[in-house]
Write a protein that binds this ligand. Structure first.
Ligand code: SAH
Length: 219
């Protein structure tokens, strides 16, 4: 495993530990998730000018009108996905900076991540490679269609909000699998945990959230 660049000052271990304490206060209690949030160098997923704010519990801009999600939301989505037991394959829609991909990587067998903006995809891919994440595949695609050739997935995580759950994603969820997805228009979104059970599809509202919209088509 890669040695994580330790960071100094506002990216130091002490600053990171403060974030972990906050996540615990907010109800994140899966030790594996807390550990990954502690060790993943979020300051390397934003531009240098924002690195000093990387361990604040807030979303930050990553260019092209997109954002790296708030750490609490990343932790919550990851914890909800893992609650279903070990996951061999996970599809992520919206690679963005690659941060959520990096958080998932050590916790699951393989992460497939799709992104519709080429420059974001290229820099996420480069960053993940450089930091030593090996069980990750990324591709440029409209995530509304999932990743048919790699389906079905034990878990699906969507990091941009559609108005309704895309049918292709539902159909690519393995039996027993679960999906975490923000759904809604504008700033009125709900984070849903959707499970594909023997008796059908179940939905649970986890939180009110504010994600960038899931757009249609490639750039
Ligand atoms: N998981 C990312 C969050 C990035 S914000 C991170 O940790 O940084 C959401 C991302 O979803 C943006 O990069 C945006 O370009 C992407 N996106 C929006 N609509 C999409 C679509 N239809 N298919 C794939 N990616 C999409």
């Amino acid at each position: 495993m890669t040695k994580w660049p330790a960071g100094i000052g506002m990216t130091s271990q002490r600053t990171r530990d403060r974030l972990i304490a906050r996540l615990q206060q907010l109800g994140i209690n899966n030790p594996q998730v807390l550990d990954v949030m502690r060790t993943t160098p979020r300051h390397l997923f934003v531009e240098e000018a924002l690195a000093s704010r990387a361990y604040e519990d807030t979303a930050l801009p990553i260019g092209y009108g997109q954002t790296i999600s708030q750490p609490y939301i990343v932790a919550l989505m990851t914890q909800a996905l893992l609650a279903n037991g070990p996951l061999a394959t996970v599809l992520e829609v919206g690679s963005g900076s690659g941060y959520q991909t990096a958080v998932l990587s050590p916790l699951v067998g393989k992460v497939y991540s799709v992104e519709r903006l080429e420059p974001l995809l290229q820099s996420a891919r480069r960053r993940l490679l450089r930091l030593g994440y090996r069980n990750v595949s990324c591709k440029l695609a409209d995530g509304n269609w999932g990743w048919e050739e790699r389906a079905p997935f034990d878990g699906i995580i969507v990091t941009a909000a559609p108005a309704t759950v895309p049918n292709a994603l539902l159909s690519q969820l393995a039996p027993g699998g679960s999906m975490v997805i923000p759904v809604g228009n504008g700033e009125m979104q709900e984070l849903l945990l959707i499970k594909h059970t023997e008796s059908g599809i179940s939905r649970l509202v986890l939180e009110r959230v504010n994600f960038v919209p899931l757009l249609r088509g490639q750039n």
